[in-house]
Design a protein around this ligand. Structure first.
Ligand SMILES: Cc1ncc(C[n+]2csc(CCOP(=O)(O)OP(=O)(O)O)c2C)c(N)n1
Ligand SMILES: [Mg+2]
Length: 305
């Protein structure tokens, strides 16, 4: 039988006193991640909330090495660090990028695609909080449809669907990529271990709670993250060389509004005149889920997973 506390941190790799907002996902994510990657890791940070949270030298939050780099350049910087470490014979040192959705879906996409296509031996982690939070909640291409940000001219909410980053990354034929949630810590830790122990370019995307950006109560972060998975707004899955596998299938149907109603950024969706938007989100969510089920079936047919 599995021990009940398998997800508890045994080897703390961060110092106390993180500079994050209350209820921020970055800190919990990094705490668990760092405990599994260990001190022999170089973290590469493009601009994001975590650039601040990680703390100024010598008051760094992480016990490992941290390299701050340009917003667009993290995978390129990580490529250089990897090459230098390999040259020194330090093959076991892990190079991990910690980036936001803006730094990944938008400005860093070309560097990400380049490093992924070259098969660099790098672990890439994206904390997807659905906007440029550090600079004041501007829309990114990861912002959910219908969400209010500070940069939506006209009606004031995002009117396009977020980019399918996992689909884009799958097309690079990576050895391993997965989506993770902080409400499913055991699953998250399992995926970190698998990514850590895989050679080549690996990517993990984490659903990042952000109380100031999502207009939520800090104490509700994990509760809402769980609802995002249960409503299938944020499905948990793995991709191995373009083959998809769902990690969790909710036992019953939970409508998307159960998750959206707790977030102030979706408040307007609950006005009578916006009912159509809510229905749009439900049907897009259903389509996406059915697509993932079909992708999983395809992987079975091909017999690869
Ligand atoms: C070239 C460049 N443009 C703009 C900025 C300003 N900037 C710093 S952090 C940030 C937002 C990052 O958003 P995201 O990647 O989603 O991370 P988050 O802050 O949400 O954690 C921006 C726009 C910058 N540092 N460099
Ligand atoms: Mg962000």
């Amino acid at each position: 039988m599995k021990p009940a506390n398998e997800f508890l941190i045994k080897d703390e790799q961060v110092f106390s006193g993180a500079l994050s907002c209350r209820g921020c996902g970055w800190s919990l994510l990094v705490r668990h991640l760092a405990s599994l990657l260990g001190p022999d890791t170089v973290y590469v940070l493009p601009a994001s909330c975590f650039s601040i949270i990680s703390g100024p030298y010598p008051l760094s939050e992480l016990k490992a090495n941290v390299v701050h780099t340009l917003f667009a350049a993290a995978p390129a910087t990580a490529t250089g660090i990897r090459a230098a470490l390999d040259r020194q014979g330090k093959k076991d040192t892990i190079v991990a990028v910690l980036a936001g959705d803006g730094g990944t879906f938008d400005i860093g996409l070309q560097a990400l695609s380049g490093a992924a296509a070259r098969g660099e031996n790098i672990l890439y982690i994206v904390n997807n909080n659905g906007a440029y939070m550090n600079t004041g909640i501007q829309t990114s291409t990861a912002t959910p449809y219908g969400a209010i940000t500070t940069t939506n001219p006209g009606v004031g909410y995002k009117k396009t669907w977020p980019k399918d980053l996992m689909g884009i990354i799958a097309a690079h034929n990576l050895p391993y990529a997965a989506t993770c949630s902080l409400a499913f810590l055991e699953d998250f830790r399992k995926k970190v271990k698998r990514a850590r122990d895989t050679e080549g370019f690996r990517l993990l995307m984490i659903d990042g709670p952000c109380p100031p950006g999502h207009k939520t109560e800090p104490g509700d972060s994990i509760f809402i993250a769980r609802l995002a998975v249960e409503t299938r707004l944020y499905p948990l899955f793995e991709i191995e060389r373009q083959h998809y596998k769902l990690s969790y299938k909710p036992g019953s149907f939970v409508p998307v509004d159960e998750c959206l109603k707790h977030q102030g950024r979706f408040k307007h969706l609950f006005k009578e005149e916006n009912k159509m938007l809510l229905e749009d989100i439900q049907s897009h969510t259903d389509d996406n889920w059915n697509k993932l089920l079909a992708m999983e079936k395809l992987a079975h047919v091909l017999g690869e997973f």
